[in-house]
Design a protein around this ligand. Structure first.
Ligand SMILES: C[S@@+](CC[C@H](N)C(=O)[O-])C[C@H]1O[C@@H](n2cnc3c(N)ncnc32)[C@H](O)[C@@H]1O
Length: 387
């Protein structure tokens, strides 16, 4: 593994590495101008300190080479573990900082900085979202791109409180800012102005979150929320019952109230949503009838945010789920889907969950194959109509 610095990527170096058998899949692909996450850099620094300890001068190349060999032999296993063992935490920090500066050393004296400037393809990275995707693609290589996580992994390892903290905490959550701004504005347009309304809205894979329902609660009489995980359903119940331990959504609720022109009424808005949520159900996307044994009468609108890419292993199973959803939606009703494109995984606290990596065109094709008509598309937000 090297960081693509020009000295490592020259023809001579590449040929020498190849001659030693370090080529093809034995050499990690590392995009240019990417975060400097190589622990070897820390080791070089330690070795340089050893060699030049006390300002010792060298009078010949041979003398320097011998000192390099001696210094390397003196390196103990613990010294190697120090820069390599916090790698996972380092990657998490870089992602949490959205590709910006991080202190990647546990030791304050050894501060270094990392920053992402350019997309591997040469495009300027001009948004947090792009940076995040870029970092995910880099880190995906480091952690060997997680496969889709099993239901049991979700049951055992998805920590709802970590999910809140990682993505939705006021000020620090990764979704706060560009993402929530985009999603909430589009949901506002879709429901409050866009005319998608009716008797019942079914939210599939709600998770422990309620942000996605704040606009919908103005135009639907009833809302059913549902998630695969008991811990997420418990968090939803806490918020509905105003449990003091529930996550505080005030910052998000105020933002939606502002979009609707009445920022002061955020407490009323929260009450309205609480009064509209009539059921909290268990769902499983991988079942032919996701609510079995509960019978859910067809609804006017099915909403699903960031769930299907977590549950489906590939676009084929995604398409199957969409076909199954048709029984849950009235003819002429809508499905509103929020998806993260090109993402191979996401993390909750320090636990990684696989994500089905999709492209916009693949999603469109899957919706068409499942028999939906596309009504409206927004970069990451899709609205489809059940034919
Ligand atoms: C990334 S979270 C999205 C949560 C929330 N909708 C949001 O927008 O933040 C993925 C959700 O998918 C749910 N999930 C995972 N496997 C599932 C399955 N087989 N059926 C239904 N939901 C599933 C998880 O419980 C989790 O709540």
């Amino acid at each position: 593994m090297h960081d693509n610095a020009p000295s490592h990527a020259t023809k001579n170096t590449s040929e020498s590495l190849a001659a030693m058998g370090i080529k093809g899949n034995k050499l990690m692909v590392w995009p240019p101008s990417s975060p400097d996450l190589n622990p070897i850099e820390n080791l070089w620094k330690i070795i340089k300190h050893k060699i030049y300890e006390g300002g010792r001068p060298f009078t010949s190349k041979q003398q320097l080479w011998e000192e390099i060999l001696t210094s390397c032999k003196e390196i103990q296993a613990e010294t190697l573990q120090k820069p390599t063992s916090p790698m996972d935490a380092r990657i998490v920090k870089v992602i949490a900082k959205k590709g910006s500066y991080v202190n990647i050393s546990e030791n304050a004296e050894e501060q270094r900085i990392v920053m992402v400037l350019d997309h591997p393809g040469g495009d300027r990275i001009n948004s947090q979202r792009h940076r995040l995707v870029h970092l995910q693609s880099i880190c995906g290589q480091i952690i060997m791109a997680a496969p889709i996580s099993s239901p049991q992994t979700y049951i055992n390892e998805f920590n709802s409180k970590d999910y809140f903290e990682t993505y939705y905490a006021a000020g620090s959550g990764m979704m706060i800012g560009e993402w929530t701004d985009f999603v909430l504005r589009n949901l506002h347009e879709t429901f409050t102005i866009g005319g998608i309304r009716g008797d019942t809205l079914l939210d599939f894979g709600t998770g422990p979150t309620i942000y996605q329902l704040l606009s919908a609660c103005e135009v639907f009489d009833k809302i059913i929320v549902s998630d695969f995980l008991e811990q997420n359903r418990a968090e939803l119940q806490k918020w509905l019952k105003k449990d003091p331990d529930a996550f505080d959504w005030t910052h998000i609720i105020k933002f939606v109230c502002e979009l609707e022109g009445n920022r002061e009424d955020y407490e009323k808005k929260a009450e309205k949503l609480r009064s509209k949520v009539k059921e909290v159900l268990k769902c499983d996307a991988l079942k032919r009838n996701p609510y079995d044994p509960v019978v859910v009468p067809p609804v006017d609108c099915l909403l699903s945010c960031l769930c299907l890419e977590a549950a489906c292993k590939d676009i084929k199973s995604f398409c199957e789920v969409l076909k199954n959803f048709k029984d849950l939606i009235k003819p002429g009703g809508h499905i509103v889907l929020i998806s993260a494109l090109n993402s191979t995984y996401y993390y909750v606290g320090k636990t990684y969950f696989g994500s089905m990596c999709t492209k916009k065109e693949e999603l469109e094709a899957a919706f068409k194959e499942a028999g939906y008509q596309i009504e409206k598309k927004r970069c990451i937000l899709h609205v489809w109509i059940n034919q």
